[in-house]
Design a protein around this ligand. Structure first.
Ligand code: MG
Length: 367
């Protein structure tokens, strides 16, 4: 089987809540997502999606994804999409870095592999663990009172895990954590995610002030070294996210005992192939994971669901259903959350069929 054509589509994804805000005053109102279709000479078409969290979160931006696909695409025409290892080597040889550009193409080829073998992607990634898996709800940064109200509302919808967007003024963040914690019931889990927003001295004040609260601290500061300093002064469970984007920092983090949980975003690692390698390493090392992506719609949510559902239940700390945050559906067959849980499709491949009326005309065509 050979790759014959690659198309990329641009889709805008507005939010039900209007705006999503996180550390340092960063926010997004309409996400700019790129959906990729990889077409083969045997008639199978696979789909993938990459949607950066704005241009100022990770070193990734939406127009860059499309420019990168136009750059990379010609090197992939004639390649076998079923040989994912070879394909990733080919992508790395043609384009240094730019993991997020490669992610949607890699996901689309997993979709093709699933369709070609008649298997859901989660089976190919290791198997399906349990009936469904647990989700968290991200709580956009607002006043402590507003965030507590949001948590109460999403709790009523069935979520039991909440990730607060902190990384603002330390005294405000302490109040955010305290007021939200007061809404929770036994068994709920709370994460305070600063998304690199604190300096070390502010992070140390916050973790000390909430020492009596059962809360996880996620990526307090920008660099690995700063996070490690906070970690060593903190007795909360500790999550690293932005600084872990490949196997080398993951192994360093493990050697330093720098984290208890790792956040694996598919596009940060460069696709399902590389995210699965990281997932399997974490399983071997006994490090629990949040499995998700930067953002996205139905196709990203499907890819997340297959990776999360194929992760041993006790190793999956939590996962995400981005398609319930956005107002536009880009594909039929995407997983839908039930309460605070979700399951991967049982159909071959990702199990999604793009809505071509929503995707419109391709903005990149390589053939
Ligand atoms: Mg995070």
């Amino acid at each position: 089987m050979r790759i014959q054509r690659i198309r990329a589509y641009r889709v805008e994804l507005p939010l039900h809540e209007g705006t999503y805000k996180w550390s340092g005053g960063k926010s997004v109102s309409v996400f700019d997502s790129t959906i990729v279709a990889v077409e083969t000479d045997e008639g199978l078409v696979g789909h993938g999606e990459v949607c950066p969290l704005g241009p100022f979160y990770l070193p990734a931006y939406a127009a860059g994804a499309r420019a990168g696909i136009a750059e990379l695409g010609p090197h992939l025409i004639g390649e076998d999409p079923l040989q994912l290892g070879h394909l990733n080597q080919r992508m790395d040889a043609a384009l240094q870095g730019h993991a997020y550009v490669k992610s949607a193409i890699d996901i689309a080829c997993w979709d093709i592999l699933g369709q070609a073998t008649g298997q859901p992607v989660c089976i190919l990634l290791g198997g399906r663990y349990g009936e469904d898996f647990v989700l968290y709800r991200a709580i956009s940064q607002e006043s402590p009172e507003a965030m507590a109200r949001r948590v109460a509302g999403y709790r009523a919808e069935g979520y039991r895990r909440f990730q607060l967007k902190v990384g603002g003024e330390p005294l405000d963040d302490i109040e955010r954590i305290r007021q939200v914690a007061a809404e929770l019931k036994p068994g709920d889990r709370l994460v305070a995610d600063a998304n690199t927003g604190w300096l070390m001295h502010d992070a140390l004040r916050v973790v000390r002030a909430v020492r009596d609260i059962d809360v996880y601290i996620e990526q307090p500061c920008k660099s690995y070294e700063e996070c490690l300093t906070v970690r060593r002064h903190c007795d909360h469970p500790f999550v690293l996210d932005e600084v872990l984007d490949s196997m080398t920092p993951l192994l360093r983090g493990h050697a330093d005992r720098a984290m208890d949980v790792v956040n694996i975003k598919i596009s940060k690692f460069g696709g399902l192939t590389r995210a699965r390698q990281a997932r399997d390493l974490c399983v071997s090392l006994g490090i629990a994971m949040t499995i998700e992506d930067s953002w996205g719609g139905d196709i990203t949510t499907a890819a997340i669901a297959h990776l999360a559902h194929s992760t041993p239940t006790d190793m999956l700390f939590t996962s995400t259903d981005f398609n319930s945050y956005v107002t536009v559906s880009t594909a039929e067959g995407a997983p839908q959350r039930q309460g605070g849980r979700m399951s991967a499709s049982t159909a071959p491949g990702l199990g999604v069929t793009p809505r071509m009326d929503v995707l419109g005309k391709p903005v990149v065509v390589v053939e």
